[in-house]
Design a binder for this molecule. Sequence first.
Ligand code: F6R
Length: 247
Amino acid sequence: MNIIVTQTPVEAGIAGAAVIADLIRTNRRAVLGLATGSSPLPVYEALEQLNLDFTQVQGFALDEYVGLPDGDLRSYATVIRTEVVERLGLRPERVHLPRSCSAEQDDGAAYETAIARAGGIDLQLLGIGSNGHIGFNEPGSSFDSRTRVLTLADQTRSDNARFFDSLEDVPHKAISQGLATIFEARHLLLIAHGIDKSAAISRALRGPITESFPASILQRHGSVTIVLDTAAATDLMLRPSGAQGGL
Ligand code: F6R
């Protein structure tokens, strides 16, 4: 595992973008897993400055809320369109999102098939929730899980209320790549900034590997880059490698 600590979120974005740029320069048909939320935005902004050719790249979004109307500004479809497709110049038809018409019906299996047909994901960009979720795989998600509809944890709804007018407006359900789906990506690139992520980063990278803290699965993957600003790295710096145990 390669851990890069930078002074600021902008510098973290530049470091994350460099990892993606290396991939695109060696494989212009690379398949990217695309995170949304606030964490990856500095990466997308830094990538834009590099003027790479993304026209042959394929993208698979990590997750999406269930129940937001088409075109809703808070939907991850909108974020992917504005922050990834339009900013970087990916072709819209080469960018995919998991879909769910309702909490009961989803196209998770079709999404898994589409990822497999693309040859699998070369690099999965990830953020982390304060409760240790990656994608929207909340604590208790199976390490064997696949793309499916799930219920958002209260902590996640409250963390994400900042994107909505009120907590009541935050959807209760989402569709997300599973932990097994994420784990199959050939490289994982996780970015986190801010002191609010510090405890989660420390627990994910130094705590026990457990489905109670989904991001701990990263410790099992053979090819991982973690990019942090100094605030997000605070707890990790106090916890030497090899130290185990919950926080
Ligand atoms: C978003 C996603 C989530 C976020 C996480 C952190 O596609 O998969 O796991 O990465 O909730 O969100 P931010 O970055 O907004 O703090």
